[in-house]
Design a protein around this ligand. Structure first.
Ligand code: GDP
Length: 417
């Protein structure tokens, strides 16, 4: 029997010791260098009522002025009636690593008298980004796929100290299967420590009551204790109570810190005793940015894609059936593949027909040209013949004596003499 096969028929893994340095230990470095060269794409969305400090927090997170300070609208100003979607992009670099960051803002969310459909344009925006990715995946040439999918959504909760509002729950319920939700308590410096702790508890119970799934930092079996405890610590702070500021102020002990100064003291953004900003930054940027991207691709996008294909009638089977039935999955893929082939074939046929038509038109044209040339030549020859004929006649008629006359004359003369 084959020793590399276990009873189940699956190949077992043979652990072998290498006799010397082979070199694939350098793979992580190779991957790393390649990623660094290509740069990273990351798209974050911010959602929440205006004035909750969204722009300020983005500036604070990426330590740059992505958003310039907003002038408050005068009360008389014409306010928009719908939620708008606005995105800005920035290429930022840190120690040679390039990040193409896109921030999608949703001004108007929660700002109206009736906010029932506030979530709708946002879902549509997220899905259209999935659509665009799917379309790129289906292209023949897929070398330049741009990932504009939203990798994380910071949801700003008003620091009311009560519980979640209808609009918060509705938004999260509609969005949690399509985007990595990261809830934050805005302007946490306006609440006391106890108020924050109680508020967090209420928010978490609301979230679990409505079966809303928020992004959780994943932990793996083979991970070291430190990584696991770091993930647990981050998780324990959700929803992050944040404070944003793009100003540097003087702490009581004289240090210059990013923070907000009050008559009663200074709230430091980067101080974990004061707020959860550092943990949020860890979640979003320092530790789990790649996990956010991966989860978006492997789970959120994949589920959306499956549902979309099912909706298109690609397969009538239920998702569950497909998951436990690899044959059904293969069948679905085969149908998709065939549809793609058929489309390509149709396109090729069209191109071919077009080419044939072009060729035919060209042939017809050269045929006409040939006819025209032939006619010209024939005419020219005809004319030449006529000319020659004419010349011949002239020569003949221009002769003083015709051969017959000559003969007969001579004959006459001869006869006469
Ligand atoms: P946005 O409309 O959500 O983008 O809010 P902005 O970032 O423009 O902030 C609105 C106002 O809130 C500005 O005056 C900010 O200075 C202030 N602000 C921003 N972040 C905080 C914060 O964490 N705490 C407090 N107290 N005020 C903040």
């Amino acid at each position: 029997s084959n020793p590399s096969l276990t009873n189940s028929g699956l190949p077992s893994i043979i652990r072998k010791k290498l006799m010397g340095y082979v070199g694939f230990a350098n793979l992580p470095n190779q991957v790393h260098r390649k990623s660094v060269r290509k740069g990273f794409q990351f798209t974050a969305m911010v959602v929440g009522e205006s004035g909750l400090g969204k722009s300020t927090l983005i500036n604070t997170l990426f330590n740059t002025t992505l958003y310039s300070p907003k002038e408050p609208l005068p009360p008389s100003a014409e306010r928009p009636k719908t939620v708008a979607i606005e995105s800005i992009g920035a290429d930022i670099e840190e120690n040679g690593v390039r990040l193409h960051l896109t921030v999608v803002d949703t001004p108007g969310f929660g700002d109206f008298v009736n906010n029932d459909d506030s979530w709708k344009p946002i879902v549509e925006n997220i899905e259209s980004r999935f659509d665009s990715y799917l379309e790129q995946e289906n292209r023949v040439n897929r070398t330049k796929v741009v990932d504009n999918r939203v990798h994380a959504c910071l949801y700003f909760i008003q620091p009311t100290g009560h519980s979640l509002k209808e609009i918060d729950i509705e938004f999260m319920r509609r969005l949690h299967t399509k985007v990595n939700l990261i809830p934050v308590i805005a302007k946490a410096d306006t609440m006391t420590e106890e108020e924050v702790a109680e508020f967090k508890e209420r928010i978490l119970s609301d979230i679990s009551h409505h079966n809303i799934q928020i992004f959780q930092a994943p932990t793996y079996d083979n991970e070291d204790e430190e990584t696991v405890s770091e993930a647990e610590e981050i998780a324990s702070k959700i929803p992050f109570a944040v404070v944003g500021s793009d100003k540097v102020v003087r702490a009581p002990d004289g240090r210059q810190v990013r923070g907000r100064a009050y008559p009663w003291g200074v709230v430091e953004v980067d101080n974990e005793e004061h707020c959860d900003f550092v943990k949020l930054r860890q979640m979003l940027i320092r530790t789990y940015m790649e996990e956010l991207r991966e989860y978006t691709n492997d789970v959120l996008y994949e589920n959306w894609r499956t549902e979309k294909l099912l909706g298109m009638g690609v397969a009538q089977d239920s998702t569950v059936f497909k998951e436990i039935n690899p044959a059904a999955r293969m069948q679905e893929e085969r149908i998709l593949h065939e549809a793609k082939l058929a489309k390509m074939e149709a396109e090729m046929k069209m191109v071919f027909q077009q080419k044939v038509q072009e060729k035919e038109a060209k042939l017809k044209q050269s045929e006409e040209e040939l006819y025209a040339r032939h006619k010209d030549m024939k005419d020219a020859l005809e004319k030449q013949r006529a000319d020659l004929e004419e010349k011949k006649r002239k020569i003949e008629s221009g002769r003083p004596i015709t051969p017959e006359k000559n003969t007969s004359g001579r004959r006459k003369g001869f006869l006469r003499t």
